[in-house]
Unconditional design. Structure first.
Lengths: 328, 328
């Protein structure tokens, strides 16, 4: 089993109030680089920070790493527009950081990155892969892409209270700058991602399309963005069944998950990591039970692996082990 | 346990008769990219070829991968000047492909790559690492660097008959172009690598120096080039003990291995993979017993791991399993 983490950035994340994927807006741009290091090495090695939400909730990369330490899986990080250096090894597909989607042509590298990522996905020898993502601001760009495709996907948030009005406003501005009406980019996923999306969506959709069409079982491990990836893949003409594996926190945050999964021909797996287990002190990950973070960095996919192995009860102790290492 | 594969190129490999690390000189430049893919994925995924010697001996990366499949270890590939694309994830330290060392200033990126690689080595969280290399033509550049440092290291070859006269001629020309007398670059490892070396030596020496000085146990898994790395590290003023783990084929090819190990404060581990085991058909890896390849891509280090785990007897079947996958 291989987890493929698609890691990149969009300047859209710098819009005040959009993302909780970092303690401050200055640190947001380091989050994908740090997440990649945490899953690769067990702690940040060159990134200056362990990503936490403003309320101190640790990045979902910690949960994915913890499960990796217990269950074991191969990891490949794909550079989908990292804006800060990382000590994690990455595969290059020619992606660059995305600009704010309220600007003209925010992801000019999207079409070529999609093509190269698709070739990479086709070339993978694995029977089964999990695709995860890390990109602050990614649910807002996902919303804009869904609008452009004419797909009605539920939009979650890393914040306990979803700033959905702000996201809709940003997405609306993006479509209007790009001069695209809702649904006008249907069947043109490269255009949708290039004009109103982000490089992680381009690369994740490319890898997924390539892997699915070459016969690999693909588990999309995540929420809003991975649903958007599935929509992009369907609009690229790849219809084979895939799986969406997400967390109970994401499921609790949105409505219509089952419906959109059915529309996109996705099997749905929802896993509760049990951070609210009675009598156990969950420490800072208790913030997850308060609706912070919810998903990201392959967390839902990794939890599905732990559930499949009947080892979900090991996740919380493993997470605490990783957090102790990071804090020491 | 983490294996760190330092993968790069030098145009020195294109000199006729220098290297057996590829079936033809055109394919030589793909060898490090393919080796990285083989250890990462179990077969080449985007590289056009599985590296074999002109006589059909498969790359030592196959042995390292086979041991990874049985014993298990983390892998990090560092891009030390790859000249062809690779689907393997790599860490960047700013290295570029090296030019022919008979030309002026063949590795201008060496000093900065050494510094960045040293920071990377310092940042590694592992207790123990193995450093391996893949660079066709690397024993010739290693010879030139040893001359420049004034170190008398034994020079092996991937060819059954070592073209030592040719290597000495190339190294002599390199020193004369660089206007360096033998020993004149002592205590100046960055200058030695920049003027007569290759980017893999710069990066491997940097990672080793950084890891050793931050308390990591370092096993140099290889032959001539890893001895040269040890010499560079000593000339950088880092004197802590390290280990050189190599193959019985390398040991059989050179004289004075014990002496140079003592001089460089290296514990020496020599492992015989048992490819000449009676009654077993070793297939194309039998070429190793004829003195082809001998070392490379961390093979000696991986074999030391297998020996430590008392599982050397599994290596040949595991190698055959990998070869069957590659050939199917």
């Amino acid at each position: 089993m291989r987890v493929i983490l698609i890691a990149g950035t969009t300047k859209t994340a710098a819009i005040d109030g959009i993302s909780a994927a970092g303690a401050t807006s200055r640190l947001l741009m380091h989050t994908p680089s740090a997440d990649a290091e945490i899953i690769s090495y067990g702690l940040p090695i060159q990134a200056p920070v362990t990503p936490v939400s403003p309320s101190g909730c640790p990045t979902p990369a910690v949960i994915t790493r913890a499960i990796r330490e217990r269950i074991g899986f191969d990891l490949t990080v794909v550079d989908a527009g990292l804006a800060r250096p990382t000590g994690a090894p990455t595969v290059s597909v020619g992606a660059h950081p995305g600009r704010d989607i309220r600007e003209q042509d925010p992801v000019p590298t999207a079409p070529e990155a999609f093509i190269k990522a698709r070739e990479f996905g086709q070339s993978l020898p694995d029977d089964r892969i999990i695709i995860g993502e890390t990109i602050p601001g990614g649910t807002t760009t996902a919303l804009a892409v869904c609008r452009a495709l004419g797909v009605d996907a539920p939009i979650s948030s890393s914040l306990p209270t979803n700033p959905l009005g702000l996201k809709q406003e940003v997405a609306q501005k993006a479509l209007s700058t790009a001069d695209i009406n809702p649904g006008q980019a249907a069947h043109n996923p490269k255009q949708a991602v290039r004009t109103v999306g982000d490089p992680v969506l381009a690369v994740a959709a490319g890898v997924t399309a390539g892997a699915v069409e070459s016969g690999t079982d693909v588990i999309l491990g995540g929420g809003t963005q991975l649903l958007t990836v599935a929509a992009l893949v369907r609009h690229a003409g790849v219809s084979d069944r895939a799986t969406l594996a997400t967390t109970s926190y994401l499921d609790a945050d949105v409505t219509g998950l089952n419906e959109i999964a059915t529309i996109l021909n996705l099997e749905l797996i929802i896993t509760d990591p049990g951070f609210d287990a009675c009598g156990v002190d969950a420490g800072p990950v208790a913030e997850y039970t308060n609706g912070v973070a919810k998903e990201g960095a392959g967390m839902g996919g990794a939890l599905a692996l732990a559930a499949e192995a009947n080892r979900l009860d090991e996740v919380l102790p493993a997470v605490q082990h990783v957090l102790n290492r990071i804090e020491s």
